[in-house]
Design a protein around this ligand. Structure first.
Ligand SMILES: [Zn+2]
Length: 294
């Protein structure tokens, strides 16, 4: 009886290991296809599946790189439409408008530099659910996903930028509360996970996604040091639903606190936003170049 149970366990383990290897081999194949310059990698990957494209997804424009076949960087301007996000301390600016302005500037800069393809989840003041934003990322098979936000806190002295990367454990109570609030604002779904083999494979993918997201965040912080005012612990971890569902290395950038008079003044102008925009662009390009060379 004991032996039979042990045998059953061994066979079960072998099947799970084989499935994981199969998944990893598939990932390697996919990266190969992207490097060979196939612009249709996203469509090809989705095979026979049909996707219902709603208006939000259909309107997305991908700006080309100078060299074809480069990965797509998807920039997500936080909030929009009926969800204006935080309001600045002066009472004159909305987070949704500043996030859009900064996202556009980052997209313009990346397009000019021409090393990656770039797209925006929204180019105007419209409401998108978190699932729609993540859906655009999956649909485009985005190489990186960056969500741009402006922070706000009850303490008027809190200031500086923070880069959050995806995690299943928040790095602080504040980060946890923040993730809950952002997830709620965008109509997040509850997380799935049923203990099946499919859930196990999804877990392997999620681990890879979290590691890649953290290394992107670290790179961004390094590029920003000395040029941008950062919070004392500028790299934080939080369980953002939109980052997880984007199925790409993903970070959420809080450009600064619009509840702080100094940060608000800076974030209100293109000139004030420029150092962070440049640091993000350089980090994105370096991250994708390292990934392609692997
Ligand atoms: Zn926000």
């Amino acid at each position: 009886m004991e032996r039979r149970r042990a045998l059953g366990l061994a066979i079960g383990t072998a099947i799970v290991a084989a499935l994981i290897l199969l998944y990893l081999a598939n990932g390697r194949f996919r990266r190969g296809a992207e490097q060979s310059g196939s612009a249709l990698a996203g469509e090809a990957r989705q095979g026979g599946l049909t996707f219902e494209l709603d208006a939000a997804v259909a309107g997305v424009r991908v700006r080309p790189a100078k060299v074809p076949g480069r990965p797509i960087v998807l920039i997500d301007a936080g909030h929009g439409g009926r969800d204006s996000g935080a309001i600045g301390v002066s009472g004159t600016v909305r987070e949704s408008a500043l996030a859009l302005a900064m996202s556009r500037e980052l997209a313009d800069l990346l397009e000019t530099r021409g090393r990656v393809r770039v797209a925006l989840t929204r180019e105007d003041d419209r409401y998108l659910t978190l699932e729609q934003r993540a859906g655009i990322s999956r649909r485009l098979d985005a190489g990186l996903f960056l969500s741009i936000h402006m922070d706000s806190a009850p303490n008027p002295l809190a200031h500086g930028a923070t880069i959050y990367s995806l995690s299943d454990v928040a790095s602080s109570a504040e980060a946890a509360r923040f993730a809950v609030a952002e997830n709620r604002a965008g109509g997040a779904l509850s997380s799935e996970g049923d203990g099946s083999v499919r859930a196990l494979l999804a877990d392997v993918a999620l681990r890879e996604q979290m590691e890649a997201s953290a290394s992107l965040a670290i790179r961004m912080v390094r590029r920003a040091v000395g040029r941008v005012t950062l919070r004392p612990r500028p790299h934080q971890f939080a369980a953002f639903h939109v980052l997880r569902r984007a199925e790409a290395p993903s970070v959420l950038v809080e450009a600064g606190y619009i509840s702080n008079a100094g940060d608000e003044l800076k974030l209100m102008t293109k000139q004030g936003r420029a150092p962070l925009v440049l640091a993000l662009a350089q980090a994105v390009e370096a991250d994708l170049a390292t990934r392609a060379a692997r």
